[in-house]
Design a protein around this ligand. Structure first.
Ligand SMILES: O=Nc1c(NC[C@H](O)[C@H](O)[C@H](O)CO)[nH]c(=O)[nH]c1=O
Length: 167
């Protein structure tokens, strides 16, 4: 029995004015249809928060394990620095321990890049035990309830943290 509203409680959109912010989105090419839905959720949310399309840079990498390095490398190449980075990937548990090792390394790596580079890096990696779990978190669910596109939450988080970091 659920006693409270789960999930993110967003700030009201008026509080998040992303005008002038420069945002990088790095996404993987594993489980691409799901990644592309998450990417579109994040991108359209940034736009709805007044981040201009020309200030959104989108790059791809092979898989989730590459996200931390790509985020760090692209932050260091950017001038002026990106105001926020969103890393998007989809890990789906297979029959080995590979999933656990990548998920742990990727989450630790993404956190470290943000802290080391002083740029908010949003953790947009789904770590799912089944394909259906991933589909539902990209609003591609097969049931009547398609689910919720977490890319939207990540776009909001990127703007909120970029503004926090600007002071
Ligand atoms: O194994 N499954 C997955 C995966 N493996 C590849 C890994 O991220 C990396 O690209 C290679 O190990 C090369 O470094 N990457 C994902 O994004 N999702 C998966 O579900």
């Amino acid at each position: 029995v659920q006693h409270f509203e789960k999930g993110l409680v967003p700030l009201d959109a008026g509080a998040l004015n992303g005008s002038g912010l420069r945002v990088l989105i790095v996404h993987t090419r594993w489980n691409l249809p799901i990644v592309e839905a998450l990417l579109e959720g994040a991108r359209s949310t940034l736009t709805s928060l007044n981040v201009s399309a020309s200030d959104i840079t989108i790059k791809s990498v092979p898989g989730s394990y590459e996200l931390p390095f790509a985020a760090q490398s692209l932050i260091r190449q950017s001038s002026p620095k990106y105001d926020a980075v969103i890393c998007i990937g989809v890990l789906i548990k297979g029959s080995t321990m590979h999933f656990e090792y990548i998920a742990d390394a990727t989450s630790q790596g993404i956190m470290r890049v943000g802290l080391d580079e002083g740029v908010p890096v949003v953790f947009g990696v789904l770590t799912c035990l089944t394909e259906d779990q991933a589909l539902e978190r990209a609003a591609l669910g097969k049931g009547a309830d398609k689910g919720h596109n977490h890319g939207v939450d990540w776009g909001q988080a990127a703007v909120e943290m970029a503004l926090l970091n600007k002071g």
